[in-house]
Design a binder for this molecule. Structure first.
Ligand SMILES: [Fe+2]
Length: 232
């Protein structure tokens, strides 16, 4: 992706999130120069990969296949193991009409996906087979706001604003918005996007970036270009 495209997506996302009455934390607006002046006190943001996250899943067409995310909070795998610290995570995401997040599951993350306003969020679901393919035979049982729902393999669940679904490890899911741009929340256990995404089709998670202008804000995997504290 070009940096100019990333910057445009950041500006548009920021405006949309504000228009929905959601507000991002201060570190969202730290420039590369701000990051260069920060000390070791911001280590949690860097190491837990909080902040802006834009992906085209390596397909080169963000409008068709892509996702905007901002990680508001995230703990560490150690917290999950020991029960001390933050064993949880929260993201805010924007899904455009018919913009696809491709079929994937998580080996360890259980996540609630929440429609926080806009259009409807369509989520197609399958169970994973023991060989991690799509299970075309068995229905998928999910909790939709505390109510058990059983969908056929490959069935699509439509979440209206305010509705949410719990997706467990090995629940394959893909999603897109219907009707209009949709603000989507994610509340989950600790999130590790470098290791815990199993895409059905091999895909990239963090985009290669062509630098055609200065970054407005660093993405969550770019802080160490500017922040000079601590070993990688
Ligand atoms: Fe997911």
């Amino acid at each position: 992706m070009k940096r100019s495209e990333i910057n445009n997506i950041l500006r548009s996302a920021d405006a949309f999130i504000r228009s929905r009455g959601f507000h991002l934390p201060p570190f969202a607006y730290w420039s590369p120069d701000d990051w260069a002046g920060k000390g070791p006190e911001v280590r949690e943001i860097v190491e837990h990969m909080l902040g802006w996250d834009i992906t085209d899943f390596g397909k080169g067409d963000f409008t068709q296949t892509g996702l905007f995310l901002f990680t508001v909070r995230n703990g560490s795998p150690k917290a999950l193991r020991t029960g001390k610290g933050k064993p949880y995570a929260e993201k805010i995401m924007i899904v455009d009409e018919n913009q696809l997040t491709p079929m994937h599951f998580h080996w360890s993350k259980t996540e609630d996906i929440i429609n926080r306003g806009g259009g409807r969020l369509a989520i197609q679901v399958y169970n994973a087979t023991p060989t991690e393919d799509l299970d075309h035979d068995n229905p998928v049982t999910l909790s939709v706001d505390g109510v058990e729902r059983v969908l056929p393999a490959g069935g699509t669940l439509y979440l209206h604003p305010g509705e949410s679904v719990t997706l467990s490890p090995y629940n394959y899911h893909s999603f897109w918005a219907v009707g209009e741009r949709t603000l989507v929340g994610e509340v989950s256990v600790v999130n590790d996007d470098t290791r815990d995404n199993r895409f059905l089709e091999p895909l990239g998670r963090f985009p290669a970036i062509e630098e055609d202008e200065e970054p407005l804000y660093p993405l969550c995997n770019e802080y160490r270009k500017y922040w000079q504290h601590g070993a990688p």
